[in-house]
Design a protein around this ligand. Sequence first.
Ligand code: GLP
Length: 238
Amino acid sequence: MKVIKVLNNKEVGKMTAELILENIHSNPSIVLGLATGSTPESTYEYLIGDFKKNKTDWSKVRTFNLDEYVGLEPTHKKSYRYFMDEKLFKSVNINIKNTHVPNGINNTDPEAYDKLIAENGGIDLQLLGIGTNGHIGFNEPGTSFESLTSVVDLAQETIDVNSRFFASIDEVPKQAISMGLQSIMNAKKVVLIAIGKNKAEAIKQLVNGNISINWPCTVLQKHKDVTIIVDEEAASLI
Ligand code: GLP
């Protein structure tokens, strides 16, 4: 596990985007695993800036997002599909047909998502954020390390933390469809990013904690190619 500490949110975005760009340049039809939440926003802003300036070609890039809220249409403003369209896809020359986000409405065969990823050759580079409770994707504490894509219940802590994106806590979906921990571990390369003091404990567990389903992120200790990019606050306990 390689840990890179940088100063702030902006630097996390720059370093992460540069790493992603390097990988796109060496493999223009790369399969990227992408994440939502506030943490990757600075990365996506930098990628858009690069596209405007350097015209990096996204036309062959394929993407698979980690998760989606159950019950939200792809057009819903709080859906992760909408987030990705707005924050990245519409501002680079990606073919929208090459972008995949789990479907929060039609989700009777969640594992079809893992099959589709495998048919595309597997994820080359998986970008991850992390929850304050150590979740990755929406794999909450207690999730089996062998899990594949499935419909999952959100922990109360996650509902509370994510309520900042909704008008009221009652509007936060209670379930999501999420790639599983095994789905994430299948990626060839993992890049996890974290910003802020409220992530410090999760980062401490990720780097130094015992491998345990109580901290889902610790499964990554078993992966052979993980890079963690954190700001000073998120790194304050390691
Ligand atoms: C969300 C997402 C995760 C994300 C995490 C942190 O619930 N399902 O993929 O990494 O929580 O979010 P944020 O970056 O907003 O702190």
